[in-house]
Design a protein around this ligand. Sequence first.
Ligand code: GDP
Ligand code: MG
Length: 170
Amino acid sequence: SEITAAPEKLFKVIIIGDPTVGKTSFVQRYVENSYKRDYKGTVGVDFALKVVKWSETRTAKLQLWDIAGQERFTWMTRVYYKDSHGCVIMFDLTNRNSFINSLKWKRDVDSKCRLPDGSPIPCMLLANKCDLQHRQVDQMEIEELYKEHNFIGWTETSAKEGIMVDDSMK
Ligand code: GDP
Ligand code: MG
């Protein structure tokens, strides 16, 4: 009998945020379900592929672009953002500055990239390292940023403990 190929779509998702917030750890947790304490600082961009099974017959491929945090405001980000379908903006709950900079990342994406229909790239806001004590950002502030700047959602995550990693990407 003939097997019909399942419809499969490829989506490009960019992962951005300041250096050391946990982007590479998050991608590794999501794709490999692994965690190492030290990843070499990403240079430029790393790629990972995640196949998501929606149902018996439907899968989607997510091409994840793990972009080095130093790149913000350089001409390179425009190249990296091009043709993306979704975006994750990550900060570290124990690093206030990384939270403040989330807005700069959002503005950078919005100013350089749109979906084909002209609407902004859907952006999730992820508050990583929720396993740690000594937070420098409280939930009210995150809620406010999320609402006022048109993120599609936000949640706390821990790449280390594997908290809300799959759920946030869903
Ligand atoms: P990137 O520069 O944003 O890619 O950050 P990395 O993934 O390289 O992580 C930077 C540091 O933060 C590393 O020492 C990681 O082990 C640590 N880290 C990443 N995610 C978490 C987390 O969820 N919890 C804790 N406690 N540490 C994390
Ligand atoms: Mg990295």
